[in-house]
Structure formats: C-alpha cells, structure tokens
Ligand binder design. Structure first.
Ligand code: L34
Length: 296
C-alpha cells in the first residue's frame, strides 16, 4: 500500500508562521512580547537538545525566552525557590521545567509548585483535571501536537479503534483522554496498553489508529499492524550509531521500514511528533500571554 507520510516538520513550520503573525499583531498594537521561561537541570543530551530547540523556536516566532540552567546537584529547595520567583515574575507568561529531573528531586512536587496559570506544559493536576473533563486548560504539548497532526491531515477519528501503547502522565494518559472526548479529533474508542497488557499484538491488530508512546526503540512491528492503519510514533530514544557525527541516532517506537508499507498514514522519527511538541508549547505560551485560558 502506498502510505502517506505525516510531515510534522512542515506542519510545525506552518503553525510557527501563524503564531509569528499573531505576535506581530500584538506588538503592532503596543502589547507585551510573549515570554517563555524554561528550567533545565543537568546535562541529559536529549533534554539539552529539546530545550535549545524551544529557545530557537521562541526566537523564530518573536517570543522572548529565558533558559535557566542548574547543575544536577541542585537541591529541591533551590529549584522551588526559582519556581516561586517565576510564578511571581509578571513578565514571564508561562514556564516549564524540562523532565526528567535527577532522582533526588520529586518531579511531582516541582510540577505542583508551578502556578497552574503559568503551567504551559499542562502538567499541573489542575490542568490535567480540567483537560480530562473537557474544560479549557493548557493541554500538554505532545498530545496536543498529535491531535493537531490528525486534524491537519483530516484523519477520521469518530468511532475508530484507537490503541495507545504507553501510560505515561505526559503522553499516554492525556492522549487517550483527548481521543475519547466528544469532539474532533476525538470520539474514538480508545484502548490503553502497557507493559502488563496481555495479547498486545492482537489488540494492536484491531486498531485503526495506533499511538506508540512507550519509549522502546522499534517496538511496533509489521505483524502488529492492520492493513491501512494510521500509526503515530512518539518515541525519540537516542541509540548509539557509527553512521552519525554525534555518535547516536534518534529511534522511534515503530519499526518504520516494515510498518510503513501497511499504513495509510504514518509519522517519521525525526520530523513527526517532535516538532509538533515544540509548536504546541509555543501555542500554549501565546494563550498564556493573551490570558485566554485563565483571565486573571
Ligand atoms: N517538561 N519535559 C517537559 N515538557 C516536555 O514537553 C518534554 N518533552 C519530552 C521530554 N521531556 C519534557 C519534550 O519537549 C519530549 N520532548 C521533545 C521535544 C522535542 C523533540 C523531541 C522530544 C524534537 O524536537 N524532536 C525532533 C528531533 C530532535 C533532535 O534531533 O534531537 C524530531 O524531529 O523528532
């Protein structure tokens, strides 16, 4: 079957142009430049690359951005102090703490310290809760990016069997919630699979749409995929490679070469969901600057 490649990078660029236009309008009217702050802890290669992308993308659309970097020896209380300062900094519209954090710091405690009105990652329980019941909220960036791709490619979701592999708080759970909501994209029949699921292969073979978000390189193979399925690959694992200058390559959760020929649509890695994660963060930051979700 000739498959359609979902070009996340192209869609992301299109959305950046849309956002840049809105920023220009705000500035022309004498408004404040949207401002995103990002806290990064330690030197995880993936995190450093993603945070650099976020800063560069802010610049491209005309946002101000501030990156605050800590060594991985930073104490939890020092981090909480920085969060408190950002919560109270009127120039900062939204901020995030890039995950993962070192083991001696409680991610949950950090997330809950962020003022939910500035939580442009949509990780705070208030935003997660509101999203779950369909109220206006900051929706976390990767799930929002996935839905945007389905929308821009006009992929039908109502009544479709949608299988999500992975149950993380930042992707699996929220994307499942969004796909079952009474909306488009949404109205799907959603099944969430994880490491304890029995008959995973059989369940996947029934899927019209598969979201692979478990973080295991090339986990989804051709024998798990129905002819004509839509496959969204959320994995971005760095695996060692002798072919690249950096010494690694980015590997998705889907064995692309054998799965793609069976698909109607499929996302590549890189260039699929990753760039959409970044523009969804920009979109949330713009919403924060405009105080659209939380007016006060
Ligand atoms: N707080 N932590 C917080 N918020 C997030 O939204 C994230 N995430 C995930 C990890 N931790 C987080 C990201 O930013 C994953 N993630 C992310 C962001 C961007 C990209 C991948 C993951 C991305 O841009 N991927 C590119 C390639 C990047 C490269 O070459 O290194 C792609 O084309 O897939």
């Amino acid at each position: 079957m000739p498959y359609n490649l979902i070009d996340g990078k192209a869609i992301a660029n299109q959305i950046k142009t849309e956002i840049a236009g809105e920023v220009a309008e705000i500035i022309a009217k004498g408004g404040k430049r949207p401002h995103l702050a990002v806290i990064i802890v330690g030197h995880d290669g993936g995190s450093e690359a993603y945070v650099a992308h976020k800063a560069k993308s802010c610049e491209q659309v005309g946002f101000r951005s501030t990156t605050i970097a800590f060594e991985d020896t930073v104490g939890e209380s020092e981090l909480l102090k920085e969060i408190d300062s950002l919560n109270n900094n009127a120039d900062v519209d939204g901020f995030i703490v890039q995950l993962p954090l070192p083991k001696h710091i409680s991610e949950q405690k950090i997330i809950e310290a962020i003022d939910y009105r500035k939580d442009v990652d949509g990780f705070h329980p208030i935003n997660v809760g509101k999203m779950s019941i369909g109220l206006p909220s900051y929706v976390s960036a990767t799930p929002a990016g996935i839905l945007e791709l389905l929308k821009r490619y006009d992929i039908a979701t109502a009544g479709k069997n949608c299988v999500v592999i992975g149950r993380s708080n930042i992707v699996g759970k929220p994307v499942a919630m969004l796909l079952m909501q009474k909306a488009y994209p949404g109205d799907a029949t959603v099944t969430i699979c994880h490491s304890r699921t029995k008959n995973l292969k059989e369940i996947c073979r029934e899927a019209d749409i598969i979201i692979a978000a478990l973080g295991r390189p090339e986990f989804l193979t051709a024998d798990m995929v129905k002819e004509g399925a839509v496959v969204i690959d959320v994995g971005t694992t760095r695996v060692p490679s002798e072919q690249t200058k950096s010494g690694f390559r980015l590997c998705g959760d889907v064995k692309f070469d054998e799965v793609a020929p069976k698909c109607s649509y499929i996302t590549p890695v890189p260039g699929g969901v990753g760039p959409m994660t970044i523009v969804s963060l920009l979109r949330n930051t713009l919403l924060a600057a405009k105080k659209e979700i939380y007016p006060t």
